[in-house]
Design a protein around this ligand. Structure first.
Ligand code: TEU
Length: 560
C-alpha cells in the first residue's frame, strides 16, 4: 500500500478535485462512467496538479439519487466496478501523490438498505429504531415538514400505520442518530474505508443528523429550523471524530446545508475536535430571490461580496472553509455568474481566481478546469435528476406553472446542468463513452473539451494549474487575513490578503464592460508585481489606478 508522506496540514495548501463517477469516464460501452475510467484519467489529473480527489458515492445503490441513496456501505456498485477496481484506484492515485476522499452519506440510507428492509412493516425489527417513525396526526403525516425534493418529508408504512421521515427523496430514509447503535454502525463504516487507506471523508448534509425530538409543525418554514445544526449535532460529530477521524488522521469536509457562521466556527474549529473544514452554500444563493431556488433570477453582486466577507473574516483564525463554485448539485458557474459565450475563457478564469486567492481549500469540479457550460436542454425528457423531475411535476401539474417557464427555470437551476458527461475530446460522445451516454452531452463539446484545453497554453486548464501552484508558493494565500476593498463597487470584486510577510490583492471585474478602481493608499503599488492575470499584456509596473477590461482578473503581490 502506497501512502503519501504525512503532513497533517497538507489540506491547507491543497486543491481538491471532485469526481462524479457516473459522468466522468466510461472505460467500456455502457454509457455511464466507472472506476476504471477514472484510473485511465489519473495522469490527466496529475498534470492539472491537484492534491486529492473527492469521489462522490460509488457504493451499492439503486441510484434514485445517483448514489446518495446507499443500500450497502461496504460494497461497490457493480455499474462502477468491483472492490478490486476501487483498491486499484486508491493505489494508483497514491502512486501519483494524489489522495482520495470518500463521500459518506449517513444522514439517510436507501430504503433498499437491509436495515430499512427489515424495519419496514415490522415494529419489532431490531432495525426499526435505526430510522425515524411517528404515528399519524389526525390521519395525516406527523407534521408539515417538507422534503428538499418537494412534497411531504414523511412517507407512510402501510403495514404498521406509521410514517418514516425522509428529508430528501422518499427512497432516502433518515437515520435515527439518537440511537447509539446507529452511531456505532457509522463508525464501523468509516473505519472500514479508513483501514483501506483512504485519506479523508466528505460528509453529506452532516449538519442535518440531529433532529429536535418533538417534531413540531413549522409555522414559519419547511421544517429546516428544527433539524439544521440541530440540538446534538456537535456532540455527535465529536463522538465520531474522536472514535475514528482522529485515529486515522482523516481529513474531513462537512457539507452544511443552510448553516450559520457560528456553527461552522465550531464544526471546523482549529482544535480538530469535529471536522477539518466545511462547505457552506450561502454564496450560491445569490440568485435565489428570498431564498427561492425555483425561479429565474439574475445574481445579486453586492450580496455576493458581503457573503464572502462575512465568511472569510469570520472563519479566519477560528475555522476553515472549502472554496468552491461548482459541484454536482450546482449549475456551471461560467453559465451562472460568468459569460459562457463571448467571454467564456476570460470569465471562467476570473471566477476561478476570485475564490482561489481566498483562505480555505479550493475544490474544482470535473470540467470546471476547462470551463464546461450548462447544456441548455430544451426538452423535459432530457432531465434525469430526481429533484428536477419532481419539481417539474409539482410546479407544472400542481401549481400551474407554464411548461415553457419551467423549462427556462430548469435550464438555469437544474442539478443536471453540472452532471452532463465530461467532454474529453471532439470524438463521438465527446470521448466519454463508446455508447450513448446516460445524460445528453452539451452540444458545444467539439470546441470545449479537455484535449483542446491541454493543447492551448492560454486555456482555462493552464490557468487552474497556475492557481494550484500559487497556493503552494505564496504563503499569504493560506495564512493572510481578508479585507474587502470595494464592498459598494458595482462591478469590481477586489480584496486584500495580508500576512506578516506579504500582501496580496485580487481584483476581479464581474462584467463585460471596462471598469476602474484605485488600490488602497497604504499599498505600495510601485513595489508590487503582478503574479497572474487573464489578459496577456499586463504592464510591468503596478499602478494604483487600475483599469479592468471585460471579466479581467489581476493578482498582485507585495513583499512587506
Ligand atoms: O446535497 C444536499 C443539499 O441540500 C443540496 O445541495 C441539494 O442538492 C439541494 O438542496 C437541492 O436543491 C447533498 C448531495 O450533494 C446531493 O447530491 C444529494 O441529493 C443530497 O445531499 C441528499 O443526499
Amino acid at each position: 500500500m502506497t501512502t503519501i508522506t504525512q503532513d497533517p496540514n497538507w489540506w491547507k495548501t491543497a486543491s481538491i478535485y471532485q469526481i462524479y463517477p457516473k459522468s466522468f469516464c466510461d472505460s467500456g460501452d455502457k454509457g455511464t462512467g466507472d472506476i476504471q475510467g477514472i484510473i485511465s484519467k489519473l495522469d490527466y489529473l496529475q498534470r492539472l496538479g491537484i492534491d486529492a480527489i473527492w469521489l462522490t458515492p460509488v457504493y451499492q445503490s439503486p441510484m434514485i439519487d445517483n448514489g446518495y441513496d446507499i443500500s450497502d456501505y461496504y460494497a461497490i456498485n457493480p455499474d462502477f466496478g468491483t472492490m478490486a477496481d476501487f483498491d486499484q484506484l486508491l493505489e494508483e492515485a497514491h502512486q501519483r501523490g494524489i489522495r482520495l476522499i470518500m463521500d459518506i452519506v449517513v444522514n439517510h440510507t436507501s430504503t433498499e438498505h437491509q436495515w430499512f428492509q427489515s424495519a419496514l412493516g415490522d415494529k419489532n425489527s431490531p432495525y426499526r429504531d435505526y430510522y425515524i417513525w411517528r404515528d399519524p396526526v389526525e390521519g395525516e403525516a406527523p407534521n408539515n415538514w417538507l422534503s428538499k425534493f418537494g412534497g411531504s418529508a414523511w412517507a407512510l408504512d402501510d403495514a404498521t400505520g406509521q410514517y418514516y421521515l425522509h428529508l430528501f427523496a422518499k427512497e432516502q430514509a433518515d437515520l435515527n442518530w439518537e440511537n447509539p447503535q446507529v452511531r456505532e454502525e457509522v463508525k464501523q463504516v468509516i473505519r472500514f474505508w479508513a483501514e483501506k487507506g483512504v485519506d479523508g471523508f466528505r460528509l453529506d448534509v452532516i449538519n442535518l443528523i440531529s433532529k429536535a425530538q418533538d417534531f413540531s409543525d413549522d409555522h414559519q418554514g419547511d421544517g429546516r429550523r428544527f433539524y439544521t445544526d440541530g440540538p446534538r449535532v456537535h456532540e455527535f460529530l465529536q463522538e465520531i471524530s474522536q472514535a475514528v477521524f482522529q485515529q486515522y488522521d482523516s481529513v474531513t469536509v462537512g457539507e452544511m446545508s443552510s448553516t450559520t457562521l457560528e456553527h461552522c466556527q465550531q464544526y471546523s474549529s482549529l482544535d480538530g475536535k469535529e471536522l477539518s473544514m466545511v462547505f457552506n452554500f450561502h454564496h450560491l444563493k445569490v440568485d435565489y430571490p428570498n431564498g427561492e431556488k425555483w425561479t429565474k433570477a439574475p445574481f445579486d453582486f453586492l450580496q455576493l461580496k458581503q457573503i464572502f466577507n462575512h465568511w472569510q473574516t469570520g472563519l479566519n483564525g477560528k475555522g476553515w472553509g472549502a472554496l468552491f463554485w461548482c459541484n454536482h448539485d450546482q449549475p456551471r458557474i461560467v453559465s451562472r455568474l460568468g459569460n459562457d459565450k463571448q467571454y467564456r475563457v476570460e470569465s471562467a478564469k476570473m471566477l476561478a481566481a476570485s475564490i482561489h486567492m481566498m483562505q480555505g481549500t479550493p475544490y474544482i469540479y470535473q470540467g470546471e478546469e476547462f470551463a464546461m457550460t450548462n447544456p441548455g436542454y430544451t426538452s423535459i425528457e432530457q432531465y434525469r435528476d430526481v429533484e428536477s423531475t419532481n419539481m417539474y411535476d409539482i410546479m407544472v401539474h400542481q401549481q400551474g406553472v407554464k411548461h415553457d417557464e419551467m423549462m427556462a427555470i430548469l435550464a438555469q437551476k437544474s442539478r443536471d446542468n453540472s452532471r452532463t458527461p465530461m467532454q474529453w475530446n471532439r470524438e463521438r460522445y465527446a470521448g466519454f463513452s463508446k455508447a450513448q451516454p446516460w445524460l445528453d452531452i452539451a452540444d458545444n463539446y467539439q470546441e470545449i473539451n479537455a484535449e483542446q484545453a491541454e493543447q492551448n497554453y492560454d486555456s482555462v486548464f493552464y490557468f487552474y494549474q497556475q492557481l494550484i501552484q500559487l497556493r503552494k508558493q505564496i504563503e499569504v494565500i493560506t495564512t493572510g487575513d481578508y479585507l474587502d476593498l470595494y464592498p459598494d463597487h458595482d462591478a469590481v470584486f477586489g480584496y486584500q490578503r495580508r500576512s506578516q510577510q506579504q500582501t496580496l490583492i485580487c481584483l476581479n471585474n464581474y462584467y463585460a464592460q471596462e471598469t476602474e478602481c484605485v488600490l488602497p493608499s497604504d499599498f505600495e503599488a510601485s513595489q508590487a508585481s503582478y503574479v497572474l492575470g487573464n489578459y496577456q499584456d499586463l504592464p510591468q509596473q503596478v499602478s494604483r489606478h487600475q483599469v479592468l477590461r471585460p471579466y479581467e482578473t489581476r493578482i498582485i503581490v507585495l513583499q512587506n
